[in-house]
Design a protein around this ligand. Structure first.
Ligand SMILES: [Zn+2]
Length: 506
């Protein structure tokens, strides 16, 4: 049995594709969950890309232990120096540097000759090596590169001190057999390949990222890169949860000793979706809402007789309780504690007291309390909540197309009230909030989804606003959908203010 290293790039390749700016607290919450899942490497960001990214990598390096922290750079001196500085406090730092290596990228994008690419790559690896012992080299668009050039380049960067060689299919162009062949080729042709780990990094443009990564692993790759829920550029990256479960269900076939805690998969997926505001499609492999649902009569009959007939994964393995339990106001503290435990929350007496009070208030409002409601009560993905508090909202609608809203906020330590007219109640509330806070950010997206079942279900509102070229996501949950929307909007507005403060500090 061999070890496979899991490299999570949700916070770098994932985040960079979203067009949104996660703040440090949100990134920390995801980073800590990735540690719980048991990944080996966490790519925390691209420090030279923005002061915010630098700050996030720095804080994660200082606070998150028990995992290698990695930062991305181009083969540019300043990138590498900034990255090394951001990684300074990491327990085990890694610099991930590299360049594009395909003819089209070298000629059209970089305007460099192949020999110049080799020279710059070698210099970058040598410089990175002065700061950290682990240096990973990525050959961007490796799949479309000239094979003999790739071998020559890899031999040189390994001699320069690289410890991991990353073979990306940046544009998601490969098929599994071709990608497996490429990994085999590199492993057999690069003379000094035994000195390093080989990594695979695939994109999903043709829906083959997971298959290509598994082909690479079968061909002997030591490390696999991907993101949670497969979020990433265009059609996304390899979904790490798919790789984990593909190997888990056929461990012997792969001969891999899986050290990941599969029971954290559902929680990790939920958290990443909440914080990034990117929903998981219901039919998504492993973590989609319908992934374990049997709809056809023949299938239901089979599963009732023997689960193995149509189920290759026990949902409990990924951290989903098999039985559906619905709590109500009559459920006692013990029942709540027990269900929380099944959902992976281990509460001490004090925490239980607090949550139980919130639970009773909620159960009063909506009779039936589902697992999704309990996750919301636990505040999953809500750590970034700001210090603008909603004191009161009243809305009047005429039943046609306009509405009036009066909003009272506690803002900058003062209670302030204002009113506005909008196209509908939500629009009117947002405009009133703008008047109080002086917000000028533009609303880009707004969505409202129920987080459990029934007409009394809690609404989960997501708001995306644009300020100073950045996008900010805000979320709010409540049984009252206007209130949920207001909370989401206030959350997003708070984040735009916070960003300005953190950039001034840097
Ligand atoms: Zn990528």
């Amino acid at each position: 049995m061999r070890k496979l290293y899991f490299f999570d790039t949700t916070l770098r390749d994932g985040e960079q594709s979203l067009g949104i700016t996660l703040n440090v607290k949100e990134k920390m919450e995801i980073a800590n969950q990735i540690v719980k899942l048991g990944a080996d490497v966490l790519e925390a960001g691209f420090p030279a890309s923005s002061p915010g990214d630098f700050e996030s990598v720095k804080v994660i390096s200082r606070e998150v232990k028990g995992i290698t922290i990695c930062g991305l750079t181009r083969c540019v001196e300043k990138d590498i120096e900034l990255c090394a500085e951001a990684l300074k406090d990491a327990e085990n730092p890694r610099i991930h540097t590299g360049m594009a290596v395909s003819p089209i990228h070298m000629e059209k994008k970089l305007r460099l000759r192949p020999e110049e690419v080799i020279e710059r790559s070698v210099a970058a690896v040598k410089l990175a090596k002065r700061y950290v012992s682990e240096v990973e080299y990525y050959a961007e668009d490796a799949f479309r590169s000239d094979r003999s050039f790739l071998v020559r380049l890899f031999e040189k960067v390994i001699n320069a001190g690289a410890t991991v060689i990353n073979i990306p299919d940046t544009v998601g162009y490969a098929t599994p057999w071709e990608f497996g062949e490429l990994v085999t080729y590199v492993k057999t042709q690069v003379k000094n390949i035994d000195r390093v780990k080989v990594s695979v990094h695939c994109h999903n443009d043709l829906g083959m990222a997971t298959a290509n990564s598994l082909a690479g692993i079968t061909a002997g790759a030591d490390q696999v890169e991907g993101t949670i829920n497969g979020i990433g550029e265009r059609a996304g990256n390899t979904a790490l949860e798919e790789i984990i479960m593909a190997i888990f269900t056929q461990k012997e076939r792969y001969g891999i000793d899986l050290k990941v805690d599969t029971r954290e998969i559902a929680a990790t997926s939920r958290l990443v979706s909440l914080i990034t505001g990117v929903p998981v499609p219901s039919h998504k492999a492993i973590v989609g809402a319908n992934a374990f649902m049997h709809a056809s009569g023949i299938h239901q009959d089979g599963v009732l007789k023997e689960t193995g007939t149509y189920e290759i994964i026990d949902p409990e393995i990924i951290g989903l309780p098999r039985n559906q339990i619905v709590l109500s106001a009559r459920s006692g503290r013990h029942a709540l504690k027990h269900r929380m435990q099944e959902l992976g929350y281990h509460l001490n007496d004090k925490e239980l007291d607090r949550i139980y009070q919130d639970f009773l208030i909620l159960a009063d409002k909506k009779q039936e309390v589902y697992d999704e409601d309990l996750h919301a009560l636990m505040g999953v993905g809500m750590s970034a909540r700001g210090n603008i508090h909603i004191k009161n909202i009243s809305v009047a609608t005429t039943g046609t197309d306009s509405a009036t809203a009066a909003v009272t906020l506690e803002f900058q330590g003062e209670e302030k009230t204002d009113a506005a007219i909008g196209n509908g109640p939500v629009d009117a509330v947002f405009k009133a909030i703008d008047r109080i806070t002086g917000n000028r950010a533009k609303l880009v997206d707004y969505s409202l989804k129920s987080i459990s079942k029934g007409t009394e279900a809690q609404g989960n509102a997501t708001v995306k606003i644009e300020a100073g070229g950045g996008h900010y996501i805000g979320r709010g949950i409540s049984t009252d959908i206007i209130y949920a929307s207001a909370k989401a909007y206030v959350d997003a507005v708070f984040k735009t203010g916070e960003k300005i403060v953190s950039e001034q500090k840097l």
